[in-house]
Write a protein that binds this ligand. Structure first.
Ligand code: ZN
Length: 332
């Protein structure tokens, strides 16, 4: 049984209602044509919350730990011995935002939960050799039988990162019953001063605030509006014809402890042209002002299209902004 405390702290998550209207479906874009936008955006990631934790599913322990010290802790994900945020983890987080702001199907719920939400849009079904209609998120990120057109590379640290073992209250999955998608807020982590191992607490190996990573977002055959939708999900908006960071998406685990808020910043954009092989052209490389102008065009194109569900977008953007409020320490 999940314990309940009478003085429970305010919950650090919110719900974005699933719109009543059906997702706007469209035909799939096949991979055998080379058209519209194909390329990649190099992105800098900066941790904005107190910590980021991407679990490896494993733990480590210190047999000589004295009392008042971490004894067992969950380790951060590593590839070839180096800490790393797997591309699939970034893609999952960005897809969840895209699904929400584009009124797409609900892909990431398990069967039992789904059956409780009768009115939630059913996941798209891709049928090979037929004219399949898919929602915006499935068209971009794929679904069973259909490979997506947006990927993230594994994300490597940019500079030296000092890992820290952090004590957090045990994580409880809130029940889902509303017809809504749940996201965690960006509140302020409350450290636990005593480092004593104790019941209902755990230790995690985390990356501290301001740590930096690099990642490459790769895309194939996207329209400008579709690339703009992905850019919106990275937390970007347009104000007075300039790109601005509107909120911080969340990566990794311990989100109920307000971990994982990150800022994405574009560094360089490469676009491949159709006849690159025939003509020997180099990819078009955009940076700084040129890149910003192009990304603003994509964001604006998305806002003009039917891809962005503006009510959901506005709600998500407001609620995901950093809040100067404490994140709960204990059970809620
Ligand atoms: Zn779908």
């Amino acid at each position: 049984m999940r314990p309940r405390l009478p003085e429970a702290e305010p919950k650090p998550f919110f719900q974005v209602p699933i719109p009543g209207e059906e997702p706007v479906q469209g035909g799939v874009v096949t991979h055998d044509q080379f058209r519209e936008l194909t390329g990649q955006i190099e992105l800098a990631i900066t941790v904005q919350s107190e910590y980021l934790f991407v679990g490896s599913g494993q733990y480590e322990f210190d047999p000589s730990a004295g009392s008042g010290c971490p004894d067992v802790w969950y380790t951060f994900y590593r590839r070839n011995g180096q800490i790393c945020i797997p591309g699939t983890s970034i893609k999952g987080a960005i897809r969840a935002i895209v699904e929400s702001i584009s009124n797409s199907c609900v892909s990431q719920r398990r069967g039992q939960e789904r059956s409780q939400i009768d009115s939630a849009p059913q996941p798209c079904k891709y049928k090979k050799d037929e004219k399949s209609l898919l929602c915006p998120a499935c068209r971009l990120f794929g679904t069973t039988g259909f490979r997506g057109r947006v990927y993230f590379s594994d994300s490597e640290p940019d500079g030296n990162i000092q890992m820290k073992i952090v004590k957090i209250g045990e994580l409880w999955e809130p029940k889902r019953h509303e017809n809504a998608r749940r996201f965690y807020e960006a509140k302020i982590f409350q450290p636990i001063t005593n480092q004593q191992p104790e019941k209902n607490f755990r230790f995690v190996e985390a990356v501290p605030k301001e740590s930096k990573f690099r990642v490459s977002l790769q895309f194939e055959n996207l329209s400008k509006a579709e690339l703009g939708l992905v850019c919106h999900a990275l937390g970007w908006d347009v104000k007075k014809d300039k790109r601005e960071s509107a909120f911080t998406p969340k990566l990794g685990g311990a989100k109920p402890r307000c971990f994982g808020a990150v800022k994405f910043k574009p560094i360089q954009l490469r676009l491949w042209q159709e006849n690159i092989l025939a003509s020997g052209l180099k990819p078009l490389i955009l940076q700084e002002e040129e890149m910003s102008r192009f990304l603003v065009e994509c964001l604006q194109e998305c806002q003009r299209s039917n891809l962005l569900h503006s009510k959901s977008w506005n709600m998500l953007m407001q609620k995901l902004k950093a809040q100067n409020e404490p994140c709960p320490r204990g059970i809620y």
